[in-house]
Ligand binder design. Structure first.
Ligand SMILES: Cc1cc2nc3c(=O)[nH]c(=O)nc-3n(C[C@H](O)[C@H](O)[C@H](O)COP(=O)(O)OP(=O)(O)OC[C@H]3O[C@@H](n4cnc5c(N)ncnc54)[C@H](O)[C@@H]3O)c2cc1C
Length: 474
């Protein structure tokens, strides 16, 4: 009997497994592929995801394997630098391939004690009052208290749950792959610049040693199950650029669409959904993996609290209440971005106008805070603007604030040195620091780094400790 079975060891499943292990939850991750996928899909990690990894002590490992790039220029690929003062110690994009992120998160989860079984596809499940019986493709049955579907856009778990996945089907398909080219770099650069004047869905980016990442709109796709061929790439390059750049020796070839869909519910009793299993959208802006990892971060401590027995009654419901609107917003911003990539005169005019508007600091800041997820404010009720937002990494007397959050517990940061976490000290750490760089007296942080309370009154604090961390232990 496990506490939680996670279907899928992509970035979302691996992150969730690690978060649950911080609270000693018995976790089994089932992954249908025998080997990790080697496709390099993503642009990189945005600010909030880098912050989350810093909060769990993974910053150095991830920085070693990625390349820091400017944070701006991702909204609809409109080339504007990020505004000054984004309020983060990590105000950059970390270029890092998806397989490297997955490997790192899986390694982290295993180090913390998660079990990962590869070559095991979840085929069916049944839930009852005590738990969930999960059936694998080979007929083996496993039992756990909860099941979380982190099994990607075509999620078996979501389909078996019968949860609606509402939105739009794919209208345009794009080819993406890595391959060698047979013409000089200058020739490619000139052609790419010329085409990207009007068609932003076209790019050839160098990875060094003659290897290029090629992105080109696909022709009509008759069978989406059939993988693309090098000939498909050549044909499309010739149609759009007038030359196939002598491409050869592909490392990998893939195709993706722009379907945009959101699960109606993230939870049905003991079964939950996270990551692409709950939402899909075009990759513009590079948000999907980031969104999934952040879902896992939001869900992990809440599900752990439920299993450990201290969760307040409605805590697990806040997962959907907080994350569904965030996904809705990401879907909408990708819809808007896709319109801005259109070669039609109307959208092109809107794009020019928005490009001008982004010269206004406030507009640029608003959009970048959206894409990087640092602008998220959960609705925790009336209160100062900081309430419900994430707290950036600030200097405290013991070093950096995020350095105190590695164990995934709550934290009371008390500048008055008068308050106490009392009977919640098994779940919430306490730091008295009158010098902390904050313009409020005290903050209570949830394990995901969001501000759950601001104030200086012990009774009010106790009420909020109960709200988020359940009954005191004594
Ligand atoms: C071209 C492209 C570019 C992208 N660029 C970016 C980017 O720059 N930034 C960004 O944030 N996102 C980007 N994304 C999106 C990102 O790749 C996804 O959002 C991310 O992979 C979602 O992670 P996940 O763990 O939820 O799902 P997945 O990565 O799909 O992982 C799901 C896992 O579940 C496994 N699985 C499936 N079914 C079962 C089953 N029945 N039983 C057991 N295991 C199962 C799968 O094998 C897989 O390992 C891009 C996507 C594409 C296509």
């Amino acid at each position: 009997m496990f506490d939680v079975i996670i279907a899928g060891c992509g970035p979302t499943g691996a992150m969730l497994a690690a978060e649950l292990r911080l609270h000693d939850v018995r976790v089994l991750v089932l992954e249908k592929e025998t080997e990790p996928v080697s496709f390099v899909r993503i642009v990189g990690l945005h600010i909030r995801s880098i912050e989350l990894l810093a909060m769990r002590g993974l910053l150095e490992r991830i920085l070693e394997r990625g390349r820091q790039r400017p944070a701006g220029g991702f909204f609809a690929a409109i080339n504007k630098p990020a505004p000054e003062g984004l309020g983060s110690a990590h105000a950059y994009l970390l270029g890092i391939p998806q397989p490297v992120i997955v490997h790192l998160l899986e390694e982290h989860a295993i180090e913390l004690g998660a079990q990962v079984r590869r070559g095991c596809a979840v085929a069916d499940f049944e839930q009852d009052d005590e738990g969930v019986t999960v059936e694998l493709a080979d007929g083996e049955q496993l039992r756990s208290r909860n099941l979380v579907g982190c099994d990607g856009g075509r999620s078996t778990v979501r389909k078996l749950l019968g949860v609606g996945f509402l939105g739009e089907p794919s209208r345009t398909e794009t080819l993406m792959g890595e391959m060698e080219v047979g013409v000089p770099q200058e020739e490619i650069a000139a052609k790419v610049t010329e085409i990207r004047e009007t068609d932003k869905r076209f790019s050839l980016g160098s990875f060094g040693e003659g290897v290029y990442r090629v992105v080109v709109p696909a022709a009509g796709v008759s069978d989406r199950a059939e993988p693309p061929t090098l000939e498909d790439f050549k044909q499309q390059l010739r149609t759009i650029a007038g030359t196939d750049f002598g491409v050869h020796s592909p490392r990998w070839l893939s195709r993706f669409g722009d379907a945009t869909r959101l699960a109606e519910r993230y939870r049905v009793r003991r079964v939950l959904l996270a990551g692409d299993a709950a939402h899909i959208h075009p990759p513009i802006g590079g948000q999907g993996l980031n969104l999934g990892v952040q879902d896992a971060f939001n869900l992990g401590w809440k599900l752990a609290a439920q299993i450990r027995g201290w969760a307040p009654e409605t805590l697990l419901d806040t997962y959907q209440a907080e994350r569904h609107p965030v996904a809705e917003d990401v879907l909408d911003n990708t819809r808007a971005q896709m319109e801005l990539l259109s070669t039609e005169p109307g959208p092109q005019a809107v794009r020019r106008l928005l490009t001008e508007l982004m010269d206004l600091d406030e507009v640029n800041r608003y959009l970048i805070e959206k894409i990087t997820a640092i602008g998220i404010r959960y609705d925790f009720g009336e209160g100062p603007d900081l309430l419900g937002r994430r707290l950036r990494d600030i200097d405290v007397k013991q070093g950096h604030l995020y350095g105190l959050l590695h164990r995934g517990r709550g934290l009371l940061l008390d500048r008055t040195e008068r308050l106490t976490v009392g009977g919640w000290s098994d779940r919430v750490d306490y730091l008295a620091d009158p010098t902390a760089v904050l313009d409020v007296p005290c903050v209570l942080l949830r394990p995901d780094g969001h501000v759950a309370w601001i104030g200086d009154d012990q009774q009010d604090l106790d009420d909020h400790l109960s709200r988020w961390f359940g009954k005191p232990a004594n």
